[in-house]
Design a protein around this ligand. Structure first.
Ligand code: SAH
Ligand code: SF4
Ligand code: F3S
Length: 438
């Protein structure tokens, strides 16, 4: 038994949706009267975990150890709650292995206060249910957010790529009701957001009957005070023409598309169960670029999927050359328990994966540097998100999601018209023209 906590800390380790969930859990505990504190001194530490690769999962266990040690030095023993995708995947196993107090899955965290109360009474506190009625209706309203905020509109995945745990940890594809989303969007704007990033494991699979994501975007476009709309992550097979057209027609929709492809080899795409080909992906991007010629493209890549040969990998490099990504994420394949790929023959040697990842990242870095260099000499709007390191310097984002440094007295949350005067590999520098809105 542990006394009921008065202070809490939430640490998030995963994707943007994991970060969103972390914020919502923090809001929930605040609404219960708890005060946010440092992880070292909090009575309750919530570890909001990620299961996507082995490294991410193992980190949970080392973190539990470190939190106990740090708190122990101060003579404390905080209540530890494991939330997120590892909680969903491992459930009671975490209690056995690490003796934590609470385990709560990503679809059940609205029950966190009840679980904490149970744990305080010394009862077992584990909830990994995936209820039909979603958690969202049970969460408190949004109060205070930065200029750029996340908003979950869709969760879960029905695609079952053979390497991936997400369909198991997040469950089936579910779209949040449109009215609920619009209400949350308005609340976020009232709370200070100028930009909303709509989130979903397959965000472009969002639907309301026959209406797809572009209908939702058109509705959000009408919200006064909202300046920018983004969405992530999309699956190539859910990329409807209406959504592509929205990149041409909807002023607030930013010219950026994150569209993971994973590999450029049809043989590997098939083994991954991606259900699109190299060619269908490239043709899709052609339509996107036709609708919005300046669009910045982003993707995800996996190197070393079982059976990947040098020739397969060369196809991935050539796809990268063909697309010219503005930025991208790349990962070494990590076998995940319970996924079909983990049992496949021809697992690729670690040193081969290392070499391929290096080559891939060199290609992606080259293209990112070229994209940024191309922004030199353009003018664009920058949304100011935070203070920079130098006096008077602020940091914001371009429409193409690049970080921009500039000297300005515009406050956080302002949209500033900027001339880009430097395009470095990882960021841009700009000079302010006129203030559009404060
Ligand atoms: N459709 C989801 C995917 C989430 S996982 C989304 O895009 O948000 C994000 C990325 O992690 C995937 O696109 C993939 O590139 C990578 N990934 C997923 N499972 C992996 C594994 N077992 N090993 C290595 N990388 C993986
Ligand atoms: Fe995972 Fe594939 Fe679903 Fe993305 S589409 S979450 S990679 S199974
Ligand atoms: Fe990780 Fe779960 Fe997101 S596994 S990537 S936190 S959906």
């Amino acid at each position: 038994m542990k006394p009921a906590p008065k202070t809490f800390a939430v640490k998030s380790f995963g994707c943007q949706m994991n970060a969103y969930d972390g914020d919502r859990m923090a809001e929930l505990m605040t609404a219960q009267g708890l005060t946010a504190a440092d992880p070292a001194s909090a009575d309750l530490v919530v570890l909001n975990t990620c299961h996507i690769r082995e490294k991410a999962t193992e980190k949970v266990y080392s973190d539990i150890g470190r939190i106990r040690k740090d708190a122990g030095k101060l003579g404390r023993a905080p209540m530890i709650a494991i939330a997120g995708c590892v909680a969903q995947a491992e459930g009671a196993e975490i209690v056995r292995r690490a003796g934590v107090d609470v385990v709560v899955g990503p679809q059940a965290y609205h029950n966190l206060p009840d679980l904490v109360a149970k744990a305080a009474r010394g009862e077992s506190a584990l909830d990994t249910d995936m209820p039909v009625e979603t958690k969202f209706a049970h969460l408190p309203g949004r109060r205070r957010v930065g200029p750029s905020a996340f908003l979950t509109v869709q969760e879960g995945c029905d695609k079952f790529c053979t390497y991936c745990v997400v369909p198991y940890t997040r469950g089936a594809e579910v779209s949040r009701p449109r009215g609920q989303i619009v209400d949350e969007a308005k609340a976020l704007v009232d709370a200070g957001a100028r930009e909303l990033t709509l989130l979903g494991q397959n965000v472009n699979a969002w639907e309301d009957g026959a209406r797809g994501l572009h209908h939702l975007i058109a509705e959000l476009d009408k919200i006064e005070g909202l300046a920018r709309i983004r969405y992530t992550t999309s699956h190539p097979n859910d990329m409807a023409q209406g959504l592509i057209d929205a990149h041409r027609d909807v002023g607030k929709l930013m010219p950026f598309l994150h569209l993971p492809v994973q590999s450029g080899s049809d043989r590997i795409l098939k083994a991954m169960n991606r259900s699109h080909s190299r060619d269908s992906y490239l043709r899709l991007l052609e339509r996107v670029v036709a609708a919005r010629p300046d669009i910045a493209l982003s993707g995800d890549f996996i190197v070393g999927f079982p059976g990947e040969t040098d020739a397969d990998f060369a196809e991935t490099l050539s796809l990268i050359d063909a697309v010219g990504y503005a930025q991208a994420f790349s990962f070494k394949y990590s076998p995940r328990p319970g996924t079909p790929a983990a049992g496949m023959a021809d697992q690729v040697e670690p040193h081969v994966m290392d070499e391929r990842l290096q080559q891939l990242q060199a290609a992606l870095n080259r293209d990112q540097a070229a994209f940024n260099a191309n922004t030199f000499g353009r003018s664009c709007q920058v949304l100011i998100e935070r203070k920079g390191k130098l006096p008077g310097q602020m940091l914001g984002k371009s429409p193409w999601l690049q970080s921009v440094h500039l000297l300005t007295d515009a406050p956080i949350g302002a949209l500033v018209e900027v001339d880009i005067v430097r395009g470095d590999p990882n960021s841009l520098s700009g000079v302010e023209r006129i203030k559009i809105a404060a």
